[in-house]
Design a protein around this ligand. Structure first.
Ligand code: KIV
Ligand code: ZN
Length: 386
């Protein structure tokens, strides 16, 4: 496997699905899991099996339904959680246990009311216990974004020695700045003994709108797995958006980072998640928003009609969108109007085009968007006036 390969760990069905209102039935989760398999994700985090009988059953059914991705189940750092997760994964062809514990002093003191030493021991014991049943063990150091770095490094050394194959460095509260998060990953690459025996994973939340930037900063510094969700769904302001990080790595090929994602599936996968979770995608959302490839001002429309690359850095077909769209509003110019009329079978030049354009502007000032029917009316009026 190339050193530049970045694994995509999708947690739409775990961190995403725990959002109020986004809950899915098992049958819907199977549809999502199959769609994620088709998209080419490497790991599907299918649930937190001890959390409810429904989640346990969903992990079982997803394990039966898909075969290529690794199926991962979340646990806290205790034996009962791990036993239940192991049981839920019994049908998975490729399986992973994702166990862990809080690593920041906030969590150690105020959530666990404990000490660094005790937390480190519990984390290591959980990995050792899980390793008896499953080979592939991922350890999460919750709230690593605010943890003491030296302590975090020692904790990772302990869990890697206990058999962790992946170490997850979550910015659980979405607090870090990209430079700061990237520097943390670099510190761990340089200072954790035997770090080459594990893959470093980034798991970022979007409380300050920096989840995508932080994840990319992490992979630039040596992390090789990104944990993300479709449309960025997730706790509070959400998780890193899968479609954003994947398209950043594809568009910036100077980073030399590769994934196996079939990007042409991104738009339809986004639509499916939005519908099933009843969570609309904001129109200006990068990559999958309704306006991501829509041009509405005259200057941009003229530019994009001359050459798409003038205003688009991604070919819409690469993410499964048929065409960029030219939206006709009062800010549109003659070039866009002429183009749209031609698509509707009407050729106008010179004075005639100018005349229609003036009437178009009057209409566009009154309504937000001019639809094809409106244009046909305008064209029809002119024909009658001839
Ligand atoms: O945000 C977080 O820290 C998590 C862990 C459970 C991985 O979701
Ligand atoms: Zn999370």
């Amino acid at each position: 496997m190339s050193d530049n390969r970045v694994y995509i760990f999708d947690t739409t069905l775990r961190d995403g699905e725990q959002v109020p209102g986004c809950q899915l039935q098992t049958s819907e989760k199977i549809v999502v899991a199959k769609t994620l398999e088709k998209l080419g994700v490497d790991v599907i985090e299918a649930g937190f099996p001890i959390s409810s009988p429904g989640d346990f059953q969903s992990v079982i059914e997803i394990s039966k339904a898909v075969s290529n991705p690794i199926i991962c189940a979340l646990t806290r750092a205790n034996q009962k959680d791990i036993e239940v997760a192991v049981d839920s994964l019994k049908h998975a062809k490729r399986k992973r246990i994702h166990t862990g514990i809080g690593a920041s002093d906030y969590h150690i003191k105020h959530k666990f009311r404990s000490t660094r030493e005790d937390i480190m021991e519990r984390g290591i014991a959980a990995v050792k216990f899980a390793k008896k049943y499953v080979e592939d063990i991922e350890f999460y150091a919750e709230d690593a974004g605010r943890a003491d770095l030296e302590f975090l490094a020692r904790m990772l050394e302990g869990v890697i020695a206990a058999g962790a194959t992946v170490v997850n460095i979550p910015d659980t509260t979405g607090y870090c700045l990209p430079e700061e998060y990237g520097a943390k990953i670099k510190y761990l690459v340089d200072n954790v003994k035997n770090i080459d025996k594990a893959i470093i994973s980034v798991h970022c939340h979007n409380d300050l709108g920096m989840a995508t930037a932080n994840s990319i900063a992490g992979v630039i510094q040596g992390a090789r797995q990104i944990e993300c969700t479709i449309n960025g769904v997730g706790e509070r302001a959400g998780n890193t958006s899968l479609e954003e990080v994947v398209m950043i790595m594809k568009t910036h090929n100077d980073l030399h980072l590769e994934t196996e994602i079939k990007t042409q599936e991104l738009n339809s996968t986004s639509g499916l998640i939005s519908r099933l979770m009843r969570m609309p995608v904001q129109p200006n959302k990068a990559i999958v928003g309704r306006n991501a490839f829509a041009h509405s001002s005259g200057i941009h429309q003229d530019g994009v009609l001359k050459s798409r690359e003038n205003y688009e850095i991604i070919d819409p077909a690469d993410v499964g969108v048929a065409n960029s769209s030219i939206v006709l509003t009062a800010r549109s110019g003659r070039a866009a109007l002429k183009h749209r009329l031609e698509l509707l079978g009407h050729q106008y030049e010179g004075e005639k085009l100018d005349e229609i354009y003036q009437r178009f502007l009057v209409m566009a000032d009154k309504q937000r968007e001019i639809r094809d029917e409106d244009l046909l009316t305008l064209a029809g009026d002119t024909t009658l006036a001839d």
